[in-house]
Write a protein that binds this ligand. Structure first.
Ligand SMILES: [Zn+2]
Length: 325
């Protein structure tokens, strides 16, 4: 069997340069290169100013063109493929994201690799390979729900806008340093030239962001947010663990992919988060006292707004444990 690229939404990373160009910029500034550690991520607070929406639309237009070239097409509301009603799942998940007003629209594109991707404007693409892969192992809808929830999380947390801003800042910084060096040597022509570079080439910047993958930190955050959406939308979050465990068979050893979290790391992080939120029992939890469990659940509960679906789920568990004391 051909070795598959398991790591959905890193489809562009099959060409190393596409991945490494923005990554080198990030590393040049000395940030974002370390492997992120496990942490519970805060709920994102979306920014929907006119400027941000414009950036999202511009990046999405570039990416959509790429998918259109591959014959991507929108999926109908009632369309069922390999037994999956993709648009309905997207709709169900979208209501519990931090950006429920975005128009989330599911698209299908032809590709044997199991993959999915989300655009910043709410479009979500899933490959025929992904649906085929999930169906071939008798997947439940909950696994696809996690894949799609992970994608929606990238959109809700505005990962591409954050990347755009980071690259923009780095470009400005590099331009300032170069302009400063020219000024120090009295090179007036050079100064003017370097100062001219301060005007960032917007088209090139958008293109860089459109072609870049996500950072390790963003992938781990999308997993965690995806788990929250899956829970809130009423799917089984444990399916995420089963899926990532199976994906680990497709681990891609190419060095450039090491800039993205290994799927095993993703799986371990998801497992730990499921334990933190009370979905999974902690190893050796039979010896944990009710007081320990209640403390853990209260910690997890602090992540959610009071009265939200997840908050209430956790409250129910806390009350159950309190009854055992
Ligand atoms: Zn992702």
């Amino acid at each position: 069997m051909r070795k598959r690229n398991f790591d959905w939404d890193n489809r562009r990373c099959q060409t190393p340069l596409w991945c490494l160009t923005p990554l080198l910029l990030v590393c040049a500034a000395g940030a974002g290169c370390a492997t992120p550690q496990y942490a519970v991520r805060p709920t994102p607070v979306p920014e929907e100013s006119a400027a941000v929406l414009q950036i999202e639309r511009a990046i999405s237009a570039l990416q959509a063109k790429d998918f259109a070239r591959q014959g991507a097409r929108p999926l109908g509301w009632d369309e069922s493929l390999w037994g999956f009603e993709v648009q309905r799942i997207v709709e169900r998940l979208s209501r519990v994201t931090e950006r429920p007003s975005l128009r989330y629209r599911a698209y299908l594109y032809e590709d044997d690799d199991p993959n999915a991707a989300a655009l910043a404007d709410g479009r979500v693409y899933v490959s025929t390979g992904m649906l085929n892969y999930l169906a071939s192992r008798g997947s439940r809808v909950d696994e696809l729900a996690f894949v799609l929830a992970h994608e929606l999380a990238h959109t809700a947390a505005q990962h591409l806008v954050k990347r755009y801003r980071r690259i923009q800042q780095q470009n400005l910084l590099l331009g300032l340093v170069a302009a400063g060096a020219s000024a120090a040597t009295g090179d007036a022509g050079g100064t003017a030239q370097q100062a001219g570079r301060l005007a960032v080439d917007a088209a090139s910047l958008l293109n860089d962001v459109a072609l870049s993958g996500y950072s390790q930190e963003q992938e781990l955050e999308a997993d965690q947010l995806g788990i929250r959406y899956v829970i809130q939308a009423g799917f089984d979050p444990k399916a995420a663990l089963a899926l990532l465990t199976d994906f680990s068979r497709f681990e891609n050893p190419w060095p450039f992919l090491r800039t993205h979290p290994y799927v095993i790391q993703r799986r371990d992080n998801v497992q730990r988060y499921l334990i933190d939120t009370g979905v999974l029992a902690a190893p050796g939890s039979t010896s944990a006292t009710p007081a320990d469990r209640i403390t853990q659940l209260r910690e997890a509960q602090r992540l959610y707004p009071v009265g939200s679906v997840s908050w209430k789920n956790l409250q129910r568990q806390i009350e159950e444990w309190e009854g055992r004391r």
